[in-house]
Design a protein around this ligand. Structure first.
Ligand SMILES: Cc1cc2nc3c(=O)[nH]c(=O)nc-3n(C[C@H](O)[C@H](O)[C@H](O)COP(=O)(O)OP(=O)(O)OC[C@H]3O[C@@H](n4cnc5c(N)ncnc54)[C@H](O)[C@@H]3O)c2cc1C
Ligand code: SF4
Length: 331
């Protein structure tokens, strides 16, 4: 048993000051990831700073017409917010397709973005894992890797990024707001998630003690015509094998605007820019969708058991785009 001290911060400065002053301390939000990792000794902080009393759970209009989601807003509350459902349906759908109702009632948006990977070897302290113990190797490369990534991998780590919410946010070019211990920062969501490269232990550009205070959704009219599709081994309470966040408008049979991102297949929430390039201005047909999916997946690298994900992702992209064209309101 290792003792852990616990304190409850009531203001942002105290929370940041307490964590940044002690390298062995960490924030505790809903605890749905953090407590699991403590129990299995994957993370062993000496101090937990509970941030649930901080006033960061609101959803506010931004002057530019976007929405700011508080970092401590609960997944279930955000998914039910009428303005979010109306203007950014794919965000609401991604939230509702994640975890279970009980977990969503506790889990916060910032905690969701900061959650750790679900790789079995990461969670087994006896296994070699470069992410948990840098330099020890990657057991998944030649191990059980059915759920692992085919895009954005390196020879040091192939773990899939687990968040559904983050996939929708990447498609929308959301911006993560942070505070302390240095200046407040606005971090474009695509820069918030790092590829594993040679340093898989580093997942975010945050300093120790830097607090995620909010997530800004820019005004994006096309996002009102969007959806999130998630393919998984069972219909609820399961992480994605492949997922697609898509927003699209069609004008005169041609795609006038499209945003596409993938989950479940990459080491970070994956903006599908190669596919977007193929789709931009193309006829809204299955042939265009097929070419877009193939362009995006051309650099995919299989690792034994997860080879099926390339075909699965291809089909999921095509299905998502077909469903968008069939829905009223895409033209
Ligand atoms: C069984 C199960 C199934 C799940 N299924 C899914 C799924 O299908 N899809 C999905 O997307 N997720 C899924 N999840 C993950 C779940 O969504 C996350 O556990 C949850 O969102 C984490 O939020 P939390 O508030 O509980 O974070 P915590 O557990 O409290 O914290 C998680 C991490 O974030 C850090 N942190 C928290 N808040 C902040 C902040 N404001 N600033 C900086 N750092 C912070 C903590 O220090 C910690 O490192 C599942 C989880 C479980 C247990
Ligand atoms: S895939 Fe990443 S998290 Fe999993 S064992 Fe390899 S290094 Fe660790």
């Amino acid at each position: 048993m290792r003792p852990v001290s616990y304190s409850r911060a009531t203001d942002v400065d105290t929370a940041i000051g307490t964590v940044s002053a002690d390298p062995e301390s960490t924030f505790l939000a809903g605890g749905t990831t953090q407590v699991d990792l403590l129990r299995i000794y994957v993370e062993q902080p000496r101090r937990l700073v509970d941030i649930n009393d901080l006033p960061l759970n609101r959803i506010e209009e931004l002057p530019d017409g976007g929405l700011r989601l508080g970092g401590l807003a609960r997944m279930s509350d955000v998914a039910e917010e009428p303005e979010l459902v109306r203007r950014y349906p794919m965000v609401a759908e991604a939230l509702l397709l994640g975890a279970s109702p009980q977990l969503r009632n506790m889990a916060t948006l910032a905690g969701n973005l900061m959650q750790r990977v679900r790789c079995t070897y990461f969670r087994d302290t006896e296994a070699a894992c470069n992410k948990r113990a840098p330099g020890t190797g990657c057991s998944a490369l030649d191990g059980i890797n059915r759920g692992h990534a085919v895009l954005g991998t390196s020879e040091h780590c192939i773990a899939t990024h687990p968040s559904d919410l983050a996939v929708a946010l990447v498609a929308l070019d959301a911006v993560v707001q942070t505070e302390g211990p240095g200046d407040a920062r606005s971090i474009p969501i695509d820069d918030f998630f790092l590829l594993p490269g040679q340093t898989p232990e580093r997942e975010h550009p945050l300093a120790h003690g830097e607090l995620v205070t909010g997530i800004d959704l820019p005004p994006t009219p096309v996002a009102a015509r969007s959806r999130y599709i998630k393919i998984r081994d069972r219909e609820s309470y399961e992480f994605a094998l492949a997922s697609v966040a898509v927003a699209m408008s069609v004008d005169g049979g041609r795609i006038s605007e499209v945003r596409l991102a993938l989950g479940g297949v990459a080491t970070k929430p994956w903006r599908a820019r190669a596919a977007e390039q193929v789709l931009d201005g193309a006829p809204a047909t299955t042939d265009s969708f097929r070419r877009a999916a193939e362009a995006e997946l051309a650099p995919a690298v299989p690792h034994g058991m997860n080879a099926f994900k390339i075909e699965l992702a291809r089909r999921t992209i095509i299905r998502a785009l077909e469903q968008m064209t069939q829905r009223e309101g895409t033209t």
